[in-house]
Design a protein around this ligand. Structure first.
Ligand SMILES: Nc1ncnc2c1ncn2[C@@H]1O[C@H](COP(=O)(O)OP(=O)(O)O)[C@@H](O)[C@H]1O
Ligand SMILES: [Mg+2]
Length: 256
């Protein structure tokens, strides 16, 4: 989201921003909270207040949580369990999270899509920072709004968007590889991506299509790499680029 800010006050979370975007994020967070209670697979902050005129969303603060990216180089067993749970949870979210159609902002209004691709209400920014874990390694899902790299408040579109944003994050989140660790790094991240995709497919009973994987993974790769190259050119070339090549290699192999 653009112009968004977040404030942690007295153990509550206060998000402010454009009224329309904040209210849609609030409505989606509320629905996701209900779903989390029904399925018991993940936790979500509870919505306390949505001020639709002023653009304010207040939710509960969840104690002692940390982003999944913290576990990329440690606690492999716990990370694998969380990644599986993330895949299963995303399957449930895509199947069961529904907003009224008047609240839908379509991905297809901004990007080329194929009518045959299955669509759902999206998390929008499913990555290793918005997915967190607590002291008992429960999965917490935060930030129910489209990535600021895209914006526009998009909340409904192809399931491939959320799935490959997460796979993108698996390959491209630091710590980065170096020339000595490149292959080991690739294999480790590939294992996580495979686990995530197979958990999604098993739980949602959806088989991902090779042509759609290629199309959306390519789209995500170029959107994120263009943004990163234009904002942090040196960082991109020194660190991110070779990890992005790994992401490309992965989805190219998947679609062979
Ligand atoms: N409900 C919450 N409980 C505890 N910490 C939170 C909560 N919501 C957000 N945070 C903290 O604030 C950070 C940013 O929140 P997020 O919702 O992802 O907003 P942003 O749009 O800025 O990414 C999170 O990574 C987390 O550290
Ligand atoms: Mg976030």
């Amino acid at each position: 989201m653009t112009n968004k800010s977040i404030d942690i006050k007295n153990k509550i979370i206060v998000k402010t921003g454009l009224p329309k975007e904040i209210s849609l994020e609030g409505i989606k967070t509320e629905k996701a909270y209900q779903l989390s209670r029904e399925c018991g697979m993940f936790k979500i902050p509870k919505t306390i207040l949505i001020d639709k005129e002023k653009g304010i969303l207040i939710t509960t603060y969840i104690k002692n949580i940390k982003p999944l990216s913290n576990l990329l180089n440690s606690k492999q067993g716990e990370m694998e369990k969380l990644i599986k749970m993330a895949g299963r949870s995303l399957g449930v979210i895509h199947k069961n999270l529904t907003l009224s159609s008047k609240n839908a902002i379509e991905f297809s209004n901004f990007f080329d899509t194929d009518k045959e691709d299955p669509c759902a209400f999206l998390h929008g920014d499913f990555n290793l920072n918005n997915l967190q874990y607590d002291l008992s390694y429960n999965l917490i899902i935060l930030d129910w709004d489209i990535t600021p790299v895209v914006g526009q408040g998009i909340n409904h579109g192809p399931i491939y968007w959320d799935i490959f944003c997460f796979v993108n994050a698996i390959f491209v989140s630091p710590p980065y590889s170096n020339i000595f660790s490149k292959r080991r790094h690739y294999l480790k991240r590939k294992k996580m991506a495979d686990l995530f995709i197979s958990s999604y497919e098993q739980n949602s009973k959806t088989k991902l299509k090779k042509s759609s994987i290629k199309k959306y993974a390519d789209m995500i790769n170029s959107i994120f790499s263009n943004q990163s190259r234009s904002k942090h050119k040196l960082h991109y070339h020194l660190l991110e680029e070779s990890n992005r090549e790994n992401f490309k290699k992965y989805f190219t192999e998947l679609t062979k």
